[in-house]
Design a protein around this ligand. Structure first.
Ligand SMILES: NC(=O)c1ccc[n+]([C@@H]2O[C@H](COP(=O)([O-])OP(=O)(O)OC[C@H]3O[C@@H](n4cnc5c(N)ncnc54)[C@H](O)[C@@H]3O)[C@@H](O)[C@H]2O)c1
Length: 420
C-alpha cells in the first residue's frame, strides 16, 4: 500500500534492459548519469532549461569538469544514444536531477526547480512510466511535490505510474565510478514502485541496492550529510581550541585517532559545496529556533569559520608585515573545479571588507575564470605574495610541502604543510 492507500495495478510495462530514459537537469549529477545510461545501451533524452548546456552537449562536449566525462558524452552523442533538448520527450523512465538550493536568508529549502521539472513531465507521461527524483530533497518532497504534480495531472502514483526517490551519493571527481559502484537506497511510493526502480537501476548500478519508502530514503541522504557536517564542526572547533593553546590540531587529531573507537575528521576554513553545507537545513528548517539542535549549532559554527579564518590571516599579515596575500584554492574541496558555496569566497569577501589595505591574490588551478574574482597563477602568487594561505588541499598545493618557497610565510588551514 502507498501513502495514499492505493493498490498497485499489474499493468505497468517493464522492459528488461534497454529503455528510453529522460534525464531532467544535466549538471554534475544528471550529465554523468545520462552518459552512463547511454553507455549501457539506453536511449537517453537529456533535458536542461539552459540552452547553452543543451547546445554544448549536442555538440558532444561538456560544460563541467569531471574526469573522463568528455569522452563518454562524445561517444554517447556520436552513437545517437544521447541527445539534449530544453523539453522532455516521451520515455519510459524520467529522472529528475535538478538543483535543490536553500534560501540563504531563511535557510528554507527552495523546491521551485523540482516542482518545475516535475510539471514538465505530465505532457509526455504515459501509463506505466517510472518517475524518479534524484535531487537531494527535504522529507516528503517525493510524495508531496512530485507526487502532487502527477496526481494533479491525473496520474495516480503506484497505480498509473511508478514513483520513487533515489538519492545520489557520488563524490565529485569520481562520479563515473561511484555512480555505478556505490550502494543505493531506493524509496518507493509503494513497494512495487521501489521494485520497478530497482530493476531500472540494476541496468547500470553494481553496488548493493536497498529498498525502502520515499521519506525514509530522503532522510537517509540528508542524515549522511548532516552527520558529516556535525563531525566537521567538531574538528573545526578543535582547531580553534588547539590554536588558542599554540599546538597543532593535526597532531592532536592524528594522535586521538590512534584510539580504536575515535575517528575525528579533518578541519578546514569552513564547509562548502551545495551538499554538506546545505542539506542539514532540509532536516532542521522547521525545528523551532528555541529548541536545542546539534545540527543547527554545527551549521552555525561551520558558517562562522571563514570569518574567523580571514581575521587570523589579517592578523598574521600584520605580524609578518605582509602587504600581499595569496589565497590558495577557491574550490570548496580538493582537486575539483566546483566553487559553489566555497568557504574560500567567504574568506576573500571578509578580507576585502575588513583588511582593505591588503593586496589579495587568488589562485584556483582547476578553473580558468571565476565570477567576481581575478585568478592568478600559482607561480605568480608565490613570487608576489609575502603570505600564502592554504585554503584547499589541491594537488598543486600539496606539492609545495616537499619544496616550500624560501622566505614565504604560510597560514595553512588544511594541514598540507604539516605531517598529517
Ligand atoms: N553535485 C554533487 O556532487 C551532488 C551529489 C549528491 C547529490 N546532489 C544533488 O543532485 C541535485 C543536482 O545537483 P547538481 O550538482 O547536478 O546540480 P547542477 O546545478 O550541476 O545541475 C542542475 C541542472 O539542472 C538544470 N535545471 C534547472 N531547472 C531545470 C528544469 N526545470 N528542467 C530541466 N533542467 C533544469 C540546470 O540548468 C542545471 O544545468 C541536487 O539536488 C544536489 O543537491 C549533487
Amino acid at each position: 500500500m502507498s501513502a495514499d492507500g492505493v493498490r498497485p495495478v499489474a499493468s505497468v510495462s517493464v522492459h528488461p534492459t534497454r529503455r528510453e530514459v529522460c534525464v531532467l537537469g544535466l549538471g554534475y549529477i544528471g550529465l554523468p548519469t545520462a552518459a552512463i545510461l547511454a553507455s549501457r545501451g539506453h536511449r537517453v533524452y537529456g533535458v536542461d532549461v539552459n540552452e547553452t548546456v543543451v547546445r554544448t552537449i549536442n555538440e558532444g562536449r561538456i560544460h563541467i569538469v569531471e574526469p573522463d566525462l568528455d569522452i563518454m558524452v562524445r561517444s554517447a552523442v556520436e552513437t545517437g544514444r544521447l541527445s539534449a533538448s530544453t523539453a522532455p520527450s516521451p520515455a519510459e523512465v524520467f529522472m529528475i536531477c535538478v538543483p535543490t538550493p536553500v534560501n540563504h536568508a531563511t535557510c528554507a529549502p527552495d523546491l521551485t526547480f523540482v516542482e518545475a521539472a516535475a510539471r514538465s513531465i505530465p505532457p509526455v507521461l504515459r501509463q506505466g512510466n517510472l518517475v524518479i527524483l534524484e535531487s537531494t530533497s527535504p522529507p516528503g518532497t517525493t510524495i508531496r511535490v512530485v507526487g502532487g504534480v502527477l496526481r494533479e495531472a491525473g496520474f495516480q502514483p503506484g497505480r498509473d505510474v511508478h514513483l520513487a526517490y533515489c538519492p545520489e551519493r557520488v563524490l565529485p571527481g569520481a562520479i563515473l565510478r561511484e555512480c555505478v559502484e556505490n550502494e543505493r537506497v531506493i524509496g518507493g511510493y509503494t513497494p512495487d514502485c521501489a521494485t520497478a526502480a530497482r530493476d531500472f537501476y540494476r541496468t547500470f548500478v553494481q553496488g548493493e541496492i536497498h529498498l525502502s519508502d520515499c521519506t525514509t530514503a530522503e532522510i537517509v541522504k540528508l542524515a549522511e550529510n548532516a552527520s558529516r557536517d556535525v563531525q566537521i564542526a567538531f574538528a573545526n572547533e578543535l582547531s580553534l581550541i588547539a590554536r588558542r593553546h599554540g599546538v597543532s590540531v593535526w597532531e592532536v587529531i592524528r594522535l586521538a585517532n590512534r584510539h580504536p573507537r575515535v575517528n575525528i575528521l579533518q578541519p578546514g576554513p569552513g564547509v562548502g559545496g551545495h551538499c554538506i553545507a546545505v542539506d542539514p537545513w532540509f532536516l532542521i528548517s522547521d525545528t523551532p529556533r528555541e529548541d536545542p539542535s546539534v545540527m543547527r549549532a554545527a551549521r552555525e559554527l561551520n558558517d562562522a569559520m571563514p570569518v574567523r579564518c580571514a581575521r587570523l590571516v589579517a592578523s598574521t599579515a600584520r605580524e609578518c608585515g605582509a602587504k600581499t596575500v595569496a589565497l590558495l584554492g577557491m574550490a570548496y574541496k580538493a582537486d575539483i573545479d566546483d566553487c559553489r558555496e566555497s568557504p574560500s569566497l567567504a574568506v576573500l569577501e571578509t578580507l576585502r571588507r575588513e583588511a582593505p589595505d591588503l593586496e589579495i591574490l587568488c589562485c584556483e588551478p582547476n578553473v580558468s575564470a571565476l565570477d567576481g574574482v581575478v585568478l592568478t597563477p600559482l607561480a605568480e602568487c608565490l613570487s608576489r605574495a609575502q603570505l600564502a594561505v592554504i585554503l584547499v588541499a589541491h594537488r598543486e598545493f600539496r606539492d609545495l610541502a616537499a619544496n616550500p618557497p624560501p622566505n614565504m610565510n604560510f597560514v595553512d588551514f588544511k594541514g598540507v604543510l604539516s605531517d598529517r
